[in-house]
Design a protein around this ligand. Structure first.
Ligand SMILES: C=C(O[C@@H]1C=C(C(=O)O)C=C[C@H]1O)C(=O)O
Length: 97
């Protein structure tokens, strides 16, 4: 799947290309987090532990199907989800102030 590179310039070109794919997806994901903060009626359900584990297990399954590093994916997703929950709390609090 990844291109075989022979120079660091090529490696960095590919990393920059991949990052230009990842960042818009992170931004789109965050738009849905904002909508969750608008839709949820109760502050107590902003953090849904069942859903956190559901997201992590689905992402690990995707990583596994690609033969990618499941632990890396889990660690990054747990960070993204915690960041998202903090942002969702900010959105919720702003709407209900
Ligand atoms: C978006 C939600 O809110 C939170 C954010 C999640 C995420 O970043 O995927 C998952 C669970 C929630 O604690 C949700 O409940 O689905």
């Amino acid at each position: 799947m990844a291109r075989s590179c022979t120079t660091m310039a090529e490696v960095r070109e590919e990393i920059d290309r991949v990052d230009r794919l990842i960042v818009p997806l992170l931004a789109e994901r965050l738009e849905y987090i904002k909508q969750a903060g608008r839709i949820k009626q109760d502050r107590n359900v902003v953090r849904d532990n069942w859903r956190i584990e559901d997201v992590v297990s689905k992402c690990k399954a995707t990583a596994s199907s690609l033969d990618a590093d499941e632990k890396m994916v889990e660690d990054i997703y747990r960070f993204i989800i915690e960041w998202s929950i903090n942002h969702e709390f900010d959105v919720w609090d702003d709407i209900h102030k």
